[in-house]
Write a protein that binds this ligand. Sequence first.
Ligand SMILES: Cc1ncc(COP(=O)(O)O)c(C=O)c1O
Length: 444
Amino acid sequence: MNTLKIKETPINYNVVKNKISESGLKNVGLATIRELVRLVNEIEEETGDKFIRMEMGVPGIMPPEVGTLAEIEALKKGVASKYPMIDGIPPLKDEIVKFVKNFLNIDVNRNSCIPTVGSMQGGFAAFLMISKLDKTKDTTLFIDPGFPVQKQQISVLDLKHEAFDVYNYRGEALREKLESYLSKGNISSILYSNPNNPSWICFTDTELQIIGELANKYNVIVIEDLAYFAMDFRKNYSIPGEPPYQPTVAKYTNKWLLLISSSKSFSYAGQRIGMLVISDKLYNEEYETLENKFGNPKFGYNIIYKILYSLSSGTSHSPQYGLYAMLKAVNEGKYNFVDDIKIYGERAKIMKKLFVENGFNIVYDKDEDELIADGFYFTVSYPGLTGNELIEHLIYYGISAISLNITGSDRHEGIRACVSQTSKDQFSDLEYRLKKFNEHHQQK
Ligand SMILES: Cc1ncc(COP(=O)(O)O)c(C=O)c1O
């Protein structure tokens, strides 16, 4: 801490300093999310002060009751003693088919709708499977910034990846940039999240079309991570069977996997259940390499009966009933899931305003020429500080976030703030702390 000279920080300066030094972290800005969580927990415990916790993307609201009740009922019926089908219980598969039709306007066969242990497992299974298809195509291309754990998965699997920050390549500019990677011939798959973690940019239809067209041209599989399904609150994607629909690359190409998480859209993170939806074309696609290795050439068959079987032999039984009941209620128009989570957008609007009023800038601020949405995350910077420095400085002010550095972003000045754990009654604290921060850091 060279630049922070003032010690009247909202959180006891010496405690923070000692805790950072005890943590052994050489650079707090480069800490993983879980390391930051631990550091902030310790400071909170020692000082008794509550932080504005913006480092971790956990849902901040209760799960829908319809899911909880369905799980209880399933447990009472004894599902805990039975192995679930690896490809999912039939009623859930049917509701996923309907959900995909109702909210994406895409047709899929029920075989292609598979529950996974969170989208985390869906992604891991996809990477593993795709790596076995073609030896010459051995690399996943990440359109960054992105969710760091997916790169960790690639690393754990000893696979290859390339990545670029999309910040300077929005709209038509994306075409040439993507093509510069795909034309080399080594890219097997493209992954991005939409809405994006961490920046909350949302790809426009023009951009999704470009991704789809180039995937077709270069025979590349698209893994579209919809972890924040329908959470671009600028549009109302919540009415079953009616436009507008959640935008998707599935409209523009036919070899795709969708990772639809229930963690944020249904506040169901603890049950670790997500949906892996595979296009019918890819599900039925045959590969000689798979035939040679597994005795069956089909992509869909192998991802279920070889990959998911090996990973966890299916997804825990009762959450499948919980998700089934929630999707059924949503598909029948009895439960509007977006109404429950809109609160994140309302919070973001106020919190962004507080940051901007106190000298911060929004880093990823636009989708082509439209201002970005208010949602689960936003990104900010402060003049004269790098993102890593900013993370460390903010800790003295009782605010925790993560640096964009660990997300593949080139905007090294930025940090990601998650709104989910900050309630309305903390806004005045946030405002006070940001004011103090600005007072202490303003360039004279
Ligand atoms: C972009 C992205 N993908 C995937 C996940 C993981 O989702 P799940 O909880 O369903 O495993 C997250 C969770 O934060 C995420 O932000």
